[in-house]
Design a protein around this ligand. Structure first.
Ligand code: BGC
Length: 376
């Protein structure tokens, strides 16, 4: 019920906050200006060319660890299933992603898997896919305001926020608290449809404590639009937190809670705390179990993260691709939460899992996600 309302609210709010600057047919190349994405990967092995089924996989950026893993897992699994794969990264540049998708369509991809940079800016590329009857699977992030998206596979984004909020609630025993705790909020990119779900999942747990005075947000910045971080950038989150720390916590006031929607923003907040804060170290939340953040969990600089096993998501999407191409019933487990403005998109939601330094070994090492060496 709440979720349904949320998706309607978010659809309106995010659509309003987004620029719609797509639609050029000019080919843009991956400049790599943001660093790290210079290697646009196209992997047409040709080995299965005779079967001729090609899957285009459009990923946002190589800057963030998780998308590298997502891309690599998808490629491995799709190739193992006998498909050709055209995997592209777009340096977090919307125009680059549009060109990449258009190229995928022109080069004969049969299915597209897209993790959008900007939820509402892929309109014309999506129209092109629809005109040519190419099914599109939205990967991790929903693509908004288009009929072209057939399915959506992601993690339960609202639940990610719930896990973060409930962790804070339990750690500080907020339900029985007699003192006031201070909190600052760092949320995600307003252009990413997931960001509102993470925020709302956490705030639905924590807002009652703000309302009854158990939690005080000293900066007064509580609304999503005030706490959002463009492109999930670490540096942006760091700069904002440094300002907040010097404006509201420089007099020795303790900051007790840093609610951060994901690991890249948590890292910025942790850098700011290291540079600009001498009080008792706060609870810091995160999401993704990025390597730097797991290291910080082990060093007590981050309290928890939410593990989203990208192998699970990739397997689910590969399964979807096969089901779509074989005209079979497609596995979905949610047909009410994700309305993209043109209707509800049938979705498969994978389970996010709470992670901290007590269970990281089992979750991340024993499962083969990382080696112990990677975390040193
Ligand atoms: C993903 C998160 C990720 C964030 C930044 C979101 O859409 O769901 O896992 O941390 O983007 O890349």
């Amino acid at each position: 019920m709440k979720r349904k309302l949320l998706s309607v609210l978010l659809t309106g709010a995010l659509a309003a906050s987004m620029f719609v600057g797509c639609g050029t047919s000019t080919e843009t190349t991956d400049t790599g200006a943001a660093g790290g994405d210079t290697a646009t990967e196209t992997t047409d092995t040709g080995s299965t060319a005779s079967s001729g089924t090609k899957v285009g996989v459009a990923m946002p950026t190589k800057d963030l660890q998780r998308w590298n893993q997502d891309g690599a897992n998808m490629q491995k699994e799709l190739e193992a299933a006998g498909y050709e794969v055209d995997l592209q990264y777009a340096s977090n540049d919307v125009q680059t992603q549009i060109s990449q998708i258009e190229n995928m369509i022109n080069s004969g991809c049969d299915v597209l898997v897209v993790a959008a940079i900007e939820a509402s800016s892929l309109g014309e590329a999506m129209d092109m896919a629809a005109e040519q009857n190419i099914p599109v699977i939205a990967y991790d992030r929903l693509i908004m305001n288009t009929d072209a998206v057939s399915y959506y596979a992601t993690f339960d984004n609202y639940k990610v926020g719930t896990v973060q909020g409930e962790y804070i609630e339990k750690e500080l025993d907020l339900a029985n608290a007699t003192e006031t705790y201070t909190m600052e909020i760092t949320a995600g990119d307003p252009g990413d449809n997931n960001a509102g779900f993470f925020y709302q999942g956490a705030m639905d747990v924590l807002q009652p404590y703000i309302d009854n005075g158990t939690i005080e947000v000293k900066s007064g910045q509580i609304e999503f639009s005030e706490v959002a971080t463009a492109q999930w950038a670490t540096e942006t989150a760091q700069n904002r937190m440094e300002n907040i720390l010097s404006s509201y916590y420089a007099d020795g006031t303790n900051l007790d809670i840093c609610l951060c929607s994901n690991d890249s923003t948590a890292l910025g907040v942790e850098n700011a705390l290291a540079a600009n804060y001498n009080g008792e170290y706060p609870i810091v939340t995160g999401q993704d179990c990025d390597i730097e953040n797991v290291k910080n969990m082990l060093a007590d600089k981050q309290s928890m993260s939410v593990f989203k096993d990208t192998r699970t998501l990739a397997s689910q999407v590969v399964k979807m691709v096969g089901q779509i191409l074989n005209n079979e019933t497609v596995d979905v487990n949610d047909e009410e939460t994700y309305d993209n403005g043109n209707g509800v998109v049938p979705s498969y939601l994978c389970e996010p899992v709470f992670a901290d330094k007590d269970n990281y070994k089992e979750l991340l090492i024993e499962s083969g996600y990382y080696t112990e060496d990677q975390l040193k």
